[in-house]
Design a protein around this ligand. Structure first.
Ligand code: WT7
Length: 638
């Protein structure tokens, strides 16, 4: 079965796209009419990119969980909503039908209510990839609480910063998480974070690893005990709270080129409509297909394309607790084989990593159920694209290269599987309703084929609404570089047919294994090390991760000063403590000075060239204060 708004041919795409641009309000009103509303909108769109404000489906009332769960029960109640595959393949997998999901979500919504959670409260989720995470996310949405999921790879300090910024009052976590051969002590990290966050009223702890943890009286409760309470009280399934279209649904933190991570805010209606529409069309999802997105719910990909997009479409979505290489590099292929997966959505870094193990892990794995492959998070190099196409898709599965960002809520540029043409390394065409453009450094729009900075001229329903608690920052970051445009921070190329190829960030943001990392944040962490005077962080090409983190550090500490490796380890430990293991530098080079302009600005362009091994071609160095510094750095290159 397909969806009435599913695009079925390239011709139709062109027609639909044209209409979406000519009559955006009618176009999105038609799409939105496929959802369940408590009250329909008064106006489809109000927008202003100058003094940034965007409202979609103004005046409408809804609850996203009624669209993700309740409305499917009649026809799909006994169909699998979530299939969960554990970290350890010897443990049994779990299947939650839509009926099960309804029961669990409405039950946990009662738990939240009993614990004092109300509409508008912020609930922070710090959990591994277990079904209870999806259940908790949906229970928050059902009650109208704003969820803020924090990825398990962040430190206690990063958690505390986010809790403070979001004014969180509640936390849902697990004792620990299994990831590959490791147990991540989630609750212990939360305890550390809470030493500086006494405003947290309640921590609900779900059992997973059963590692010993502290449970503080009056603050910490067990998920399982709380469930028993609502069972004893024989509470009826919790009804969904009526939400305004523009009420916040969630906050998700992401790094930028300056300052602390910002809380990207998405709202109920537009986000629902766009994630559903893009999910159904990009993957060409047909009811009954088994869909497997390998992302973590701690990132936007998991929010939009494990939870909300698929569930609002009545799809079967997989959740995988582990990592691609545990217990061996054949794990993804085992999962595809075992669960008869039809659609696989993963990241280039995973593809490159698995590619490096050769064909052995693929032997004996039946991948014949696959119909569609997807890629997300970073540019996919042609070698990885062809390997994915030939070895995994056996030459018969379209690959969708999906470009988008946390701030976008959903996929903006991508081919539609089997419908619009693919081009290796190219994200290709905008989705209906999406109006990209390329700008030059002078702020002029580039016409026809060319290269420039990727912007959007018109809002789509799941565009960022604000950065939590700081609307000025939102305006400045996204809407000030090019007046009246949303600026993505990415550079892109466009061919004569209007296809886009994303070339990467044009700001000081790195993309390491598909994770977004701000260089300024890493520098600030390194600079906290007692012996460090100053540092500069840039990216360099990394075969598996896409980009690696290269740190140039001026060190004048005396302790262990003659043992560089020991200092490197201490600096790495410092970064892990401050931000988390995902931001660890891959290379640390000790230098006497950093290349600076006469006004004292670090010339990162030069450091980038050195880190990329392009030392012959440093460009204009005439504004350098001291050219000798560069020679010294070149000599010490790692
Ligand atoms: C940045 C956004 C939302 C996806 C997960 C990452 C890069 C994302 C692609 C792609 C080339 C891509 C961009 C973007 N990126 N997808 N298909 N091709 N680059 O979300 O953490 O918000 O990062 O990821 O540089 O700006 P994110």
């Amino acid at each position: 079965m397909s969806y009435s708004y599913q695009i079925n041919s390239f011709e139709q795409y062109k027609e639909v796209y044209e209409r979406s641009i000519q009559q955006p309000q009618n176009f999105w009103a038609d799409i939105a009419s496929n959802f369940q509303w408590r009250r329909k909108w008064d106006k489809v769109l109000d927008w202003n990119f100058e003094d940034y404000k965007v409202e979609w489906f103004k005046g409408a009332k809804l609850n996203i969980t009624e669209n993700c769960i309740d409305r499917h029960l009649e026809k799909l109640g006994n169909k699998p909503a979530i299939i969960w595959e554990p970290n350890n393949p010897d443990e049994h997998h779990r299947v939650l039908t839509y009926n099960d999901l309804y029961n669990k979500v409405t039950q946990f919504t009662n738990v939240l209510k009993n614990n004092g959670v109300k509409k508008g409260d912020c609930v922070c989720l710090y959990m591994g990839m277990i079904p209870e995470l999806a259940i908790a996310v949906l229970a928050c949405a059902r009650i109208g609480a704003i969820h803020s999921v924090i990825f398990g790879g962040f430190s206690a300090k990063s958690i505390a910063d986010r809790l403070q910024d979001a004014n969180a009052r509640f936390i849902i976590t697990c004792d620990g998480a299994f990831r590959g051969g490791k147990d991540i002590p989630l609750k212990s990290l939360i305890d550390d974070a809470l030493e500086s966050c006494d405003f947290i009223e309640r921590v609900i702890v779900c059992t997973r690893t059963r590692t010993p943890i502290s449970m503080i009286k009056g603050r910490d409760v067990w998920w399982e005990d709380e469930i028993k309470k609502v069972e004893t009280l024989a509470m009826a399934p919790a009804p969904a709270e009526e939400m305004d279209a523009e009420d916040p649904l969630f906050i998700l933190y992401t790094s930028g080129s300056t300052g602390k991570p910002k809380g990207v805010v998405h709202t109920c209606a537009g986000y629902m409509v766009y994630t559903n529409y893009s999910f159904v069309n990009v993957f060409n999802y047909k009811l009954g297909d088994i869909y497997f997105c390998t992302a973590d719910i701690g990132w936007i990909t998991g929010h939009s394309y494990i939870v909300y997009g698929p569930l609002s479409a009545g799809a079967t979505t997989m959740m995988f607790e582990g990592i691609p290489t545990f217990p061996d590099a054949g794990r993804f292929w085992d999962i595809v084989d075992k669960h008869r997966v039809n659609i696989l959505y993963t990241a280039p870094t995973a593809i490159r990593s698995l590619m490096s193990y050769g064909d052995e892990p693929l032997k004996g794995k039946d991948l014949s159920t696959l119909k569609v492959l997807g890629s997300v998070g970073e540019p996919i190099n042609e070698e990885a694209w062809h390997w994915y196409d030939e070895k995994i898709g056996k030459g018969k599965c379209p690959i969708v290269d999906t470009w988008w960002q946390t701030e976008n809520g959903g996929i903006l540029i991508s081919n539609l599987a089997g419908i619009t043409p693919s081009k290796p390394g190219w994200a290709t065409l905008p989705l209906p309703g999406v109006q990209p453009c390329l700008m030059d450094e002078q702020g002029k729009e580039i016409e026809g084929a060319g290269t420039g900075n990727l912007c959007m001229k018109f809002p789509w329903p799941s565009i960022i609404r604000t950065t939590f608690g700081d609307h000025e920052r939102c305006k400045k970051t996204y809407f000030s570089t090019y007046p009246n445009h949303y600026f993505s921070g990415d550079g892109a190329m466009r061919d004569e047919n209007g296809n886009y190829k994303i070339t990467g960030r044009v700001d000081d943001v790195l993309n390491v294994s598909g994770h977004r990392i701000g260089t300024a944040e890493v520098e600030n962490a390194i600079n906290l090390h007692a012996g460090v005077v100053e540092s500069a962080v840039v990216g360099y090409p990394h075969e598996i991760k896409g980009q690696g983190i290269y740190a140039f550090v001026i060190y004048n500490g005396t302790h262990n000063a003659d043992d560089e490796d020991l200092i490197r380890r201490d600096i790495t430990a410092t970064v892990t403590r401050i931000i988390g293991p995902i931001s660890k530098p891959d290379k640390i080079q000790f230098v006497k000075g950093l290349p600076k302009t006469r006004s004292g600005k670090i010339m990162r362009r030069i450091l980038r060239k050195i880190a990329e091994n392009e030392t012959e071609n440093l460009g204009d160095t005439s504004s350098l204060l001291d050219a000798g510094v560069v020679d010294e750095i070149k000599k010490g290159k790692l």
